[in-house]
Design a protein around this ligand. Structure first.
Ligand code: ATP
Ligand code: MG
Length: 630
C-alpha cells in the first residue's frame, strides 16, 4: 500500500485483516479468537480472547533482547538531576514497585491512583500497575484537593501513590497537604498511601497506619521478581479523566490489547520511531499524551523516552533543544501553547544546538494556528505535524502518516483521517458535508482498537455523551466543528459549543482567531460568541499583545483594535469582525493548556464562569472581568 489513502481504505473496508496485521507488532501470551466483537453497538471489543500485558510489551520484551539499551531518560531542570535507565534497570525498578504494591494488598482489577510530579518513579508506578493487572488512574500533579477528591470518589483506589512535592520554576510545590485534604473530602478513603519522599518538603504530615515510605519498602524488595499478569485484551488498563474544558471531566476507560496494538501501529506509521531511537514528548503524565506518548507508545516501540520535569524557558529558552542535542532525540511531541511561548523568544536559542537527529515534531491538543505552524516549520526545517485527537481516543484521529506516505503539510491542518477511523464531517441533519462545507466531525463506529471502552462505571453516560448526535446514522461525536478542503485536508474550526452564529452566518472561533493572529502585534487570542439582540451573537476577542508597550495608553488601544478589525475584515469579511478586542496579558486555560472559552463567554455575558477546578491561573479571569468592566 503505497499511499495513505489506500492504507486508510483498507483499514475501513477490511478491518479484520488490517488489525490482525497490526496486532503482530506486539507480543501475545495467547492469541485472540475474534478481531472485533461489535455485537452490542456502540460498544466494541477488540482482539477478543487474546492475552497480553502492557508492561511486558513496553519493558520486558525489550529487556530480554536489549537489556542495556536506553529506556527511560529522566531530566529535571528543577532539581538538576539526570538519570538514564536501561530496559533491564527499568524492569528491575518496575518489579520492585510491583512487589511493594502487592505487599500493600493491591490485586488485579484494583485501582491505583497516581498523583505525582514528572519523576522517574511515576513511570515505575504506572508500569507496575499494569504489570500486576491493577488499573491506574493518573491525576495531574498540581490539581487542587477538590479536583483530586472527585477523581478519588469516582475511581475508588485502594492505593494512592504520591510525593511530597512537585517543582515549578525552581520552587517546591508541596503536594501532600493537598492529598490529605482530598482524602478528607472524599467518601472512599484509600487503605494506603505510598509516599515518594523527594526531600523537598521536610516534615510533611504523615498519617500513621496509612502512609508508607517508598524508599524503605524498596530496600526490602531489591531482588523482587514479579511476573506480568496476563490480561484478556478487553480488561481495563487505566482510567483517565478528560481535561474538563467543556464541563465535568469524564472517566475514560482504556482496554489493554487494543491500546497496545494501536500505539504500536502509530509508532510505526505516524511517529516513525523504532528501536535505538529517542522520543521526547514535552507533555505531562497527567494527560493522555503523557500516557500514550511519554510512557507506553515509545517504550512499546523499544525507543528511549524522555521524562522532563521543567518548563520550556528555564534555565533559558534553549533547554528543549539542548536536550535534543544531548540525547540525539529523533522525534518530538509538543503542544501549540508551548510553540506560541517559544515563538516569542529569540530563535538563536534554538539554532545554538545541533538538531540534526530530529526527524519530525508532532503537535496536538489545540488548534495549531497557521502563523505558528509556518514559523515553527520554517525555523526547524523539518515537518511539524499537527495531529488531532482526544483523551477518549488515546491516539490520533487526524494526522499525516509519514511512515506510510510523505504527504505535503498544509499549515493549520492536521491533514487526513488516520487508519481505523471512519471519520467524516456531517451536516446537522446527519448527511455528509461536501468539500469546503463546515460541519461536525464524527466517526462511524465501531471505534478502532485502543479508544475508550466506556466511561468508567457509567455505560449509560458513554452512550449518551458520545453517541446521541443523530438518531440516524449512529456516530461517535467529538463535538468539534470542522471543514475539509478539495484535497481532503481537514481543519478543526473549534468545538461545536464555540460556533458563533452572527446574523445566520456560522463562524468557528478558530477562523476568527486565525485572522486576528495574522496581525503582527498579536501573540495569542481567544474569541467567544456573546449574545447580541440584533444579530443573535457577536464575536468578542481577548488578545495578548507581543509587546505590552503597544497598548500603553487608551489611544493606542483604540488604534490597535482598529487595525485588528481591519485585519479580520480583509481576511474573513466584516461579518466576522469582533464587537470588541480586549487586550490582556494572559488568557484562562486549563492545566493542559486549553482555552477555557466557556468561562470567557460566561463572563462576557455576565454569567458565572462555571466549574474552574481545572484552570491554570485564576488571576487571568480577574483581568478579563476588569477588561469587560473598563
Ligand atoms: P472535556 O472533554 O472534558 O471538555 P477536552 O475536550 O479539552 O475536555 P481533551 O481530551 O484533552 O479534553 O481534548 C480533546 C479536544 O482538544 C478535542 O476534542 C479538540 O477540541 C481539541 N484538540 C485536540 N487536538 C487538536 C488539534 N490538533 N487541533 C484542534 N483541536 C484539537
Ligand atoms: Mg472533550
Amino acid at each position: 500500500m503505497a499511499t495513505y489513502k489506500e492504507f486508510h481504505q483498507y483499514s475501513i473496508e477490511k478491518p479484520n485483516e488490517f488489525w490482525t496485521e497490526q496486532a503482530q507488532l506486539i507480543d501475545w501470551k495467547e492469541p485472540f479468537t475474534q478481531v472485533c466483537d461489535y455485537s452490542r453497538p456502540p460498544f466494541s471489543k477488540w482482539f477478543v480472547g487474546g492475552k497480553t500485558n502492557l508492561c511486558h510489551n513496553a519493558v520486558d520484551r525489550h529487556a530480554a533482547k536489549r537489556p542495556d539499551a536506553n529506556a527511560l531518560i529522566f531530566v529535571s531542570t528543577e532539581t538538576d538531576e539526570e538519570k538514564v535507565y536501561s530496559f533491564a534497570e527499568l524492569q528491575r525498578e518496575v518489579e520492585r514497585m510491583a512487589a511493594i504494591y502487592q505487599s500493600l494488598g493491591v490485586k488485579r482489577g484494583d485501582r491505583v491512583l497516581i498523583y505525582m510530579p514528572m519523576i522517574a518513579q511515576a513511570c515505575f508506578a504506572i508500569l507496575a500497575a499494569t504489570r500486576i493487572g491493577a488499573i491506574h488512574s493518573v491525576v495531574f500533579g498540581g490539581f487542587a484537593s477538590g479536583s483530586l477528591a472527585t477523581r478519588i470518589d469516582d475511581a475508588k483506589p485502594v492505593l494512592i501513590v504520591s510525593s511530597d512535592a512537585g517543582m515549578r520554576g525552581g520552587k517546591a510545590v508541596p503536594y501532600k497537604h493537598l492529598l490529605d485534604e482530598a482524602i478528607e473530602l472524599s467518601e472512599n478513603k484509600p487503605a494506603k498511601v505510598l509516599m515518594i519522599d523527594r526531600g523537598l518538603d521536610k516534615g510533611y504530615n504523615k498519617v500513621a497506619g496509612r502512609d508508607v515510605d517508598y524508599a524503605t519498602l524498596r530496600a526490602q524488595f531489591m531482588d523482587a521478581k514479579v511476573p506480568c499478569e496476563w490480561m484478556e485484551s478487553n480488561e481495563p488498563s487505566y482510567i483517565l479523566y478528560t481535561s474538563g474544558t467543556t464541563g465535568k471531566p469524564k472517566g475514560v476507560q482504556r482496554d489493554t490489547g487494543g491500546y497496545a496494538v494501536a500505539l504500536a501501529s502509530t509508532m510505526k506509521h505516524i511517529y516513525c520511531g523504532g528501536e535505538g531511537e529517542t522520543f521526547f514528548s514535552t507533555s505531562d503524565i497527567g494527560w493522555v499524551v503523557g500516557h500514550s506518548y511519554i510512557i507506553y507508545g515509545p517504550l512499546i516501540a523499544g525507543m528511549a523516552t524522555i521524562m522532563y520535569e521543567g518548563t520550556p524557558l528555564r534555565p533559558d529558552a534553549g533547554i528543549w533543544w539542548q536536550i535534543v542535542e544531548k540525547y540525539k532525540v529523533n522525534v518530538m511531541f509538543s503542544a501549540p501553547t508551548a510553540a506560541r511561548v517559544l515563538k516569542k523568544q529569540d530563535p538563536a536559542y534554538m539554532h545554538k544546538y545541533d538538531l540534526s537527529s530530529l526527524k519530525h515534531i508532532f503537535m496536538a491538543g489545540e488548534p495549531l494556528d497557521q502563523p505558528t505552524h509556518e514559523w515553527f516549520m520554517g525555523e526547524l526545517g523539518i515537518p511539524v505535524i499537527d495531529n488531532y485527537w482526544q483523551t477518549e481516543t488515546g491516539w490520533p484521529m487526524l494526522a499525516a502518516l509519514p511512515g506510510v506516505e510523505k504527504t505535503p503539510i498544509k499549515y493549520g491542518s492536521p491533514s487526513f483521517p488516520v487508519y481505523g477511523y471512519n471519520l467524516q464531517i456531517f451536516r446537522e441533519d446527519g448527511s455528509v458535508c461536501g468539500p469546503n462545507e463546515k460541519g461536525i466531525a464524527a466517526v462511524i463506529p465501531p471505534l478502532p482498537p485502543g479508544c475508550l471502552s466506556t466511561v468508567w462505571g457509567q455505560d449509560d453516560r458513554f452512550v449518551s455523551t458520545y453517541f446521541t448526535l443523530f438518531k440516524e446514522p449512529l456516530v461517535y461525536s467529538s463535538y468539534d466543528w470542522a471543514i475539509k478542503d478539495e484535497d481532503g485536508y481537514f481543519t478543526i474550526l473549534g468545538r461545536t459549543d464555540d460556533v458563533i452564529n452572527v446574523a445566520g452566518h456560522r463562524l468557528g472561533t478558530r477562523e476568527i482567531e486565525e485572522a486576528i493572529q495574522a496581525h503582527a502585534a498579536i501573540a495569542e487570542v481567544a474569541v467567544v460568541g456573546v449574545e447580541d439582540k440584533l444579530k443573535g451573537q457577536m464575536p468578542m476577542a481577548f488578545a495578548v499583545v507581543k509587546d505590552a508597550s503597544k497598548v500603553a495608553t487608551p489611544e493606542m488601544v483604540k488604534a490597535l483594535e482598529k487595525e485588528v478589525f481591519g485585519t479580520v475584515d480583509s481576511i474573513l469579511g466584516a461579518i466576522a469582525r469582533p464587537a470588541r478586542v480586549h487586550f490582556v496579558t494572559g488568557l484562562p486555560k486549563t492545566r493542559s493548556g486549553k482555552m477555557l472559552r466557556r468561562s470567557l463567554q460566561a463572563l462576557a455575558e455576565g454569567r458565572d464562569p462555571g466549574d474552574l477546578t481545572t484552570i491554570e491561573d485564576p488571576s487571568t479571569l480577574e483581568q478579563i472581568k476588569n477588561a469587560l468592566a473598563g
